[in-house]
Design a binder for this molecule. Structure first.
Ligand code: GDP
Length: 296
């Protein structure tokens, strides 16, 4: 189910309650069950949906609400705030500061959009007056360095990588050192993704993180991966200290649930979303406007 469709179904479920004379337990349950079904079909993980349902029932205590209270409005507000809560882990992500070197490491599975997103992130900050630089520590995928180089050149962002060196840790450290010397204040390290969650990928990520000591690790996730989102995000979080999430390909047939699940699994906020293949198809992610838009 695409995001707009999810929002539409939730809104309709709330509106349905206007058609009944009295909003009682039965009407509320019907509404919540429909929302539950819609969220599950949008790939939000089951425990998360269950928790949301319990919380809403706690907030909306029908018996305690005096007659005359606009129950529908109260339910609507509870749903809005629960959806926001699901997307807000309660602590903001690390924000790089100008004129002080920050190291940001990108992790994610191959094809998630990591390399593209690294450049988008660099380009976004460059426009804000930062001095970003890109390091390609993906020695696994042939062509990774060329791709990064091409993107970086287009955006006029300095880059570092090697065609011959096979040790990603060595490249990462060399790149970070070089750009620190060149007074770059945002050093972005792109890592290998491999194609599945395998032990060697996580071990390599751990080593790169240990050697470069990133201020922030960003987990990049393809929005179309469906119910696998929660487990995948959690697996990454268990290996490296993920501090933020970027969801890519939100322009396609994106299921919104992945974003909700990734936040829950990593306890980290979504900071940007990718909305296309181009450099500027990248948006800051804000919880409240996102949920408002979702609910139309
Ligand atoms: P990596 O293997 O994780 O480094 O993934 P890449 O950066 O190579 O991206 C894989 C594919 O996804 C490429 O064809 C990108 O152009 C495409 N891609 C990345 N982000 C987005 C996005 O937000 N929207 C769309 N439509 N495509 C994207």
């Amino acid at each position: 189910m695409v995001l707009a469709e999810l929002g539409g179904r939730i809104t309709r479920a709330i509106q349905q309650m206007s058609n009944v004379t009295i909003i009682d337990e039965k009407a509320l349950n019907e509404c919540l069950n429909e929302i539950t079904r819609a969220l599950l079909q949008s790939d939000v993980s089951f425990p998360l949906v269950k928790e949301m349902q319990t919380n809403i029932k706690k907030i909306v205590n029908l018996e305690d609400l005096a007659a005359g209270h606009n129950k529908r409005r109260i339910i609507e507000q509870a749903i809005f705030s629960e959806l926001c809560k699901m997307l807000d882990p309660g602590k903001p992500a690390f924000a790089p500061k100008k004129a002080k070197p920050s190291i940001v490491m990108f992790v994610g599975l191959q094809g998630a959009g990591k390399t593209t997103t690294c450049t988008k992130y660099a380009y976004y900050h460059q426009k804000k007056g930062y001095k970003p630089a890109l390091v390609c520590a993906d020695t696994f995928r042939a062509g990774a360095f060329d791709q990064l180089k091409q993107n970086a050149t287009k955006a006029k962002i300095p880059f570092y990588g090697s065609y011959t060196e096979s040790d990603p840790v060595k490249i990462a450290v060399e790149g970070v050192d070089r750009f620190k010397k060149e007074n770059c204040d945002l050093i972005i390290v792109d890592t290998s993704g491999r194609h599945k969650q395998e032990a060697s990928l996580f071990e390599e990520m751990r080593q790169v993180a240990e050697a470069t000591k990133p201020d922030l690790v960003i987990f990049v996730m393809d929005s179309s991966i469906g119910q696998a989102a929660f487990d995948q995000a959690q697996a990454f979080k268990q290996s490296v200290a993920v501090g933020a999430v970027i969801i890519t390909k939100m322009d396609g047939h994106a299921k919104g649930g992945g974003a909700l699940s990734a936040v829950a699994a990593t306890k980290s906020p979504v900071i940007f979303i990718g909305t296309g293949e181009h450099m500027d198809e990248f948006e800051v992610f804000d919880v409240k406007p996102f949920v408002s838009r979702l609910l139309g």
